[in-house]
Ligand binder design. Structure first.
Ligand code: COA
Length: 259
């Protein structure tokens, strides 16, 4: 498989996907998400792969969010499409019959945090940082952050981080259950590999079935995911969204007006 924005390789039955946009802190543009989806789908039926490790290039960022420069000029229709497509990519990870572990060094913000949360498990280095800072940009999370963060850390804690945009350090993420393990930076990959090596010894059909059963237990009747996609799209073109994304690109503080 030929990719522009991700690197992939297989070793001893583990499939490694590395987001390769280090100069942009591995920001997730549409092409990158589409490549991740293609790579993950390709291992669904591959009997020689028993697990996936998803990471970002370098130690500064897992992924610092959706690519602000790319989506800043989107209109409502493009925004809704962007969110729906992102949801679909992350569902591909969540529904993978092979376990997917996020190996997180540095920033996992916005879409980066959402991408990590779609994985079945998360292993963080001690300098990892998490957050949903979209409110700083005059928008909301668009890749299911409003859905998966409360599932993982509880509604009250999730609302605090979603509403303040505060950044969470690795130890707090461990305490709140956002990550499974926090280890020294140089131990992150090894820890992911040890978990997958245990799963390798289990029955593949049972592994796939556990993932399906656990996922199904979170399917809700009221469709929060659809609400998020619809409302995310509505922000595009709002004065505060234009101001928020411009402020980020001009490296200044945003001045929101509630419009
Ligand atoms: N989208 C697009 N580009 C991004 C990005 C994003 N989400 N996050 C970082 N980058 C780019 C920066 O624009 C910069 O590019 P440049 O060198 O061409 O100017 C480069 O990555 C390095 O980022 P920089 O901001 O200079 O690094 P920093 O160490 O000063 O700050 C962060 C790191 C993570 C605090 C900061 O980059 C940030 O706040 N990013 C956006 C986080 C966010 O809001 N995510 C949610 C998006 S929906």
């Amino acid at each position: 498989m030929e990719f522009q924005n991700i690197e992939t390789h297989e070793k001893d039955g583990i499939f490694y996907i590395t987001i390769n946009r280090e100069d942009k802190l591995n920001a997730l543009n549409i092409q990158t998400l589409s490549e991740i989806k293609t790579a993950v789908l390709a291992i669904y039926e591959n009997p020689s792969i028993y697990g996936v490790i998803l990471t970002g290039k370098g130690t500064k960022a897992f992924a610092a969010g959706a690519d602000i420069a790319e989506f800043a000029g989107f209109n409502n229709v493009q925004g809704t499409q962007m969110s729906a497509d992102g949801h679909a990519v992350l569902k591909t990870i969540e529904n993978s019959p092979k376990p997917v572990i996020a190996a997180i060094y540095g920033f996992a913000l916005g879409g980066g945090c959402e991408l990590a949360m779609a994985c079945h498990m998360r292993v963080a280095g001690e300098k990892a940082k998490f957050g949903q800072p979209e409110v700083n940009l005059g928008i909301i999370p668009g890749y299911a952050g409003t859905q998966r963060l409360p599932q993982l850390i509880g509604k009250g804690r999730a609302l605090e981080y979603l509403l303040t945009g505060d950044i969470m350090d690795a130890q707090t993420a461990l305490q709140f259950g956002l990550v499974n393990h926090v280890v020294a930076t140089e131990e992150v990959m090894h820890t992911c590999e040890s978990i997958l090596n245990k799963i390798k010894l289990k029955a593949p059909l049972a592994v796939a079935s556990v993932i399906r059963c656990v996922n199904d237990s979170y399917e809700k009747k009221a469709d929060g995911a659809q609400t998020e996609i619809h409302e995310f799209g509505n922000f595009f073109g709002s004065e505060d969204f234009i101001e928020g994304t411009a402020a980020f690109q001009e490296k200044r503080k945003a001045n929101f007006k509630g419009k």
